[in-house]
Write a protein that binds this ligand. Structure first.
Ligand code: UT7
Length: 406
């Protein structure tokens, strides 16, 4: 039997704090409304253009790797859960792989909105348990402020930016991730959506003029859905792990709204000291919220070895996900040696040099006489004589419509 243990963790949040008082000057809202309806007092915003989904992910990831004393070159897989990727493609995970210098890692993004981090954890668990990977880095990173309509009070008061990372290692010692539960209901896809910018509605002057590239949400419906699935997913994942609700030491829920958390956890008779909340200072950081909260729970002594933890989230899709974890690692006690500190300091410059050399190598290779890119690989007849047929245009099918019945 192979188990997936969490051996490193790290978080990064941008410096700029946006308070409810700041928002009062931007939209028709009040500190009182935001606090009583959501529990949020302030959030972090990536005001510095240097803070992007990838750069924040890299900062969180380096902390997780350094804490565990694992080199980027040992990673087998990097998964970045995000709804605010750097580009449609390439995957943000590949940018993170390059910046870390993770020379033998596969890398992909996972899109399951605010449930994304727990989905990614489930994937990491699966590849480790099946023997396909030893070390997997799971990151949740978001710059939602860049797809938020700062004139829409229904959404702009809720979200924040940041990143959190966990490093998982294969082990034959029982523990680590005990069980996972994943769920989805695409019939509610239209309840929380960025309508434009994808293949259904490509960006155009009209979509930009109508603000269709921003988050749109039916908050009330999402609220109802969330309170229902948070409790259900927690119950299911605990039972699947062979535990009872009383065995759970700490629940780390997706940090969307204090009322959602209280309502779903009180339905399970979870007392407040068994539930970790930090959304008052970060708002809803979507896929980053659970790993950021876990890091803070560890830092503040709320997580101890042998604790049974539950991570549970919900989000656009609609999606929901939960994971039960037996915590096994005490935080590192002894200070790092000078040699290890030097290695860590050189990691970033080495990754940049490696990336630069790979790019240079590609340029030099293209200068070799006779090198003609893909024609080396495709038969001449196909490249010259038979261009691929243009795809037929067809109306979008019902099944893929957000909110469609199919
Ligand atoms: O990760 C998943 C992301 N999404 C969520 O977690 C969202 C889940 N939903 C919620 O958290 C809550 O539904 C909200 C916090 C978004 C809204 O709270 P609510 O208690 O459901 O309020 P509501 O939507 O029922 O709106 C009540 C009123 C409305 O005015 P009217 O129509 O009753 O006159 C809103 O227009 O509050 C108004 N309102 C605001 N007022 C002041 C909405 N946003 C604001 C605001 N400031 N920022």
């Amino acid at each position: 039997m192979r188990y997936a243990h969490i051996i490193g963790w790290g978080k990064y949040v941008p410096e700029r704090v946006l308070t409810n008082a700041d928002l009062e000057k931007m939209v028709n809202t009040s500190d009182e409304w935001i606090r009583t309806r959501t529990g949020i007092r302030e959030r972090r915003i990536a005001a510095n253009p240097e803070d992007t989904t990838a750069t924040m992910a890299v900062r969180a990831a380096r902390k997780a790797l350094n804490m565990a004393g694992v080199q980027p070159g040992q990673l087998d897989l990097i998964i970045v859960a995000t709804s605010s990727p750097e580009h449609i493609f390439p995957a943000t995970a590949c940018l993170v792989q390059n910046a870390l210098g993770a020379s033998k890692a596969g890398a992909f993004d996972l899109s399951a909105a605010c449930s994304g981090f727990v989905y990614a954890l489930a994937m990491a668990h699966a590849v480790i348990a099946s023997g396909q990977a030893e070390y997997v880095l799971v990151i949740g990173s978001e710059t939602l402020s860049r797809i938020t309509d700062w004139k829409d009070r229904n959404t702009c008061v809720l979200f924040g930016d940041g990143a959190g990372a966990l490093l998982l290692r294969a082990s034959d010692q029982p523990g680590g991730i005990l069980s996972t539960v994943l769920g989805s209901d695409g019939s509610g896809g239209d309840l929380l959506i960025v309508p434009a910018g994808g293949s259904r509605l490509p960006t155009s002057p009209e979509t930009v003029a109508q603000g269709m590239h921003y988050i749109k949400m039916d908050g009330r419906e999402v609220f109802r859905f969330a309170t229902r699935v948070m409790a259900k997913a927690t119950q299911e994942v605990v039972a699947k792990a062979g535990l009872k609700l009383q065995d759970v030491n700490l629940v780390i829920p997706h940090q969307a709204n204090e009322r959602i958390i209280h309502s779903s956890m009180s339905a399970l008779k979870m007392t407040p000291e068994k539930v970790f909340i930090n959304l008052d200072r970060y708002g809803n950081t979507s896929a980053a919220s659970i790993p950021i909260a876990l890091c803070e729970a560890i830092e503040t002594g709320r997580v101890r070895p042998n604790d049974n933890l539950v991570f549970v989230g919900f989000g656009a899709g609609l999606t929901w996900a939960a994971a039960a974890v037996k915590w096994g690692v005490p935080p590192p006690a002894k200070p790092l040696s000078w040699w290890r500190r030097l290695q860590i300091a050189l990691q970033g410059p080495w990754a940049s040099l490696r990336s630069w050399m790979l790019r240079l190598g590609r340029r030099l290779y293209a200068l070799i006489p006779g090198y003609a890119g893909e024609s080396l690989y495709l038969p001449i007849s196909r490249t010259r004589e038979s261009p691929p047929a243009a795809p037929a245009r067809s109306a979008p099918s019902e099944e893929t419509q957000p909110g469609g019945e199919g």
